[in-house]
Design a protein around this ligand. Structure first.
Ligand code: LMR
Length: 333
């Protein structure tokens, strides 16, 4: 057993499809590294608790060298106790034909309770990643409900969109996806998000110089990435799970390890007005993790008129989501 203190990760929806795909990799060391012990606090509701007992048995059966202890519970305060990270996956999932907005009223209440319990029970330095949709606005709800915690420690996941975008750009350029870098996802994790090809690079060159079919970039690539979640739901009859778990773990790692020079990753954070975005919404930005473990929004990226228009559309949707959620929950978010 390694000698460092464990990183305690609380996971809601731990026995669900995304949770199940995430926790074994967390326990294996794939996220925080091969010398970093991990403790898991697994949280489920009602019927999920039986399945969770089976998941705990499977974790035991893996005999992971880095896993120090596992708490399995239906109680939020016990679940978030002393957490360094909270991975908020549990939410009512979107079904075919539903927009994320439909979920706001249903899931909003869940995230108020979770935010309050995190503030009461987790470490004061806890970081929170919201995956359950609509994740940007759920994150805002949790952040407001946990008003005693630093707002900069709350994140919503746009990394799945970054990964999807990289994969599409690589396929079009005929290169491996590792050659594609710096794909910002602006705004909402929804069909209005703007996957920014204008600042992306492929093999160190501007993506727009490598892919000269700009009509494809504007008219095929963008909607393909925006609607990929819906396409997966249609094909699988269920929301993406393994790729969502993978992106959640990518996000944790991105925020844990300093970002390579000149690069960035996609994550949504509380807007303070950077790039002219309205403050007080959880907005997808290009972000860098600094050597001291804090993060910053990458400044000064060129935003052309095309990008500005797309960014405005997703900003408008987030402002509407905030208004809808405020009304549904009787709160001023
Ligand atoms: C996804 O992007 O696959 C998920 O967020 C599911 C969804 O609702 O689109």
């Amino acid at each position: 057993m390694a000698s460092k203190n464990p990183i305690r990760v609380a996971v809601t929806g731990a026995a669900g499809n995304i949770g199940y795909a995430a926790i074994f990799r967390l326990a294996s060391g794939a996220v925080f590294g091969p010398d970093q012990p991990v403790a898991l606090n697994l949280i489920e509701v009602g019927p999920g608790l039986n399945a969770l007992a089976g998941v705990v048995m499977e974790l035991q059966d893996c005999a992971f060298p880095l896993l120090t202890d596992v708490v399995a519970t239906g109680d939020l305060d016990e679940g978030f106790k002393d957490a360094d990270w909270c991975l908020l996956i549990g939410a009512v999932p979107r079904k075919e034909g539903m927009e994320r907005k439909d979920l706001l009223g249903i899931n909003g209440k869940i995230f108020i309770g979770q935010g309050q319990a995190i503030a009461r029970s987790a470490k004061k330095s806890v970081k929170v990643l919201v995956v359950g949709n609509p994740c940007n606005t759920n994150c805002l709800i949790a952040l407001r409900a946990a008003a005693s915690l630093p707002p900069e420690n709350f994140f919503a996941m746009t990394r799945l969109d970054e990964n999807r975008a990289k994969s599409q750009l690589a396929a079009k350029a005929g290169v491996h996806n590792s050659a594609v870098k710096n794909v910002a996802i602006w705004g909402n994790h929804s069909s209005t998000q703007y996957p920014d090809f204008t600042n992306a690079t492929i093999g160190g060159k501007a993506a727009t110089a490598v892919i000269t079919d700009h009509a494809w970039l504007k008219e095929v690539f963008i909607p393909e990435v925006q609607k990929r979640g819906a396409a997966v739901i249609k094909a699988r009859g269920a929301s993406s799970a393994a790729s969502a778990a993978n992106a959640a773990l990518d996000t944790l790692r991105n925020l844990h390890v300093p970002t390579a020079a000149g690069e960035w990753h996609a994550v949504a954070v509380l807007s303070k007005g950077d790039y002219g975005i309205s403050p007080g919404i959880i907005f997808g930005y290009p972000v860098r993790t600094k050597a001291d473990g804090t993060w910053e929004i990458v400044q000064g990226l060129p935003v052309d008129a095309f990008s500005r228009e797309k960014i405005g559309i997703t900003e408008k949707e987030l402002l509407e989501e905030r208004a809808t959620a405020s009304e549904a929950l009787g709160l001023k978010l």
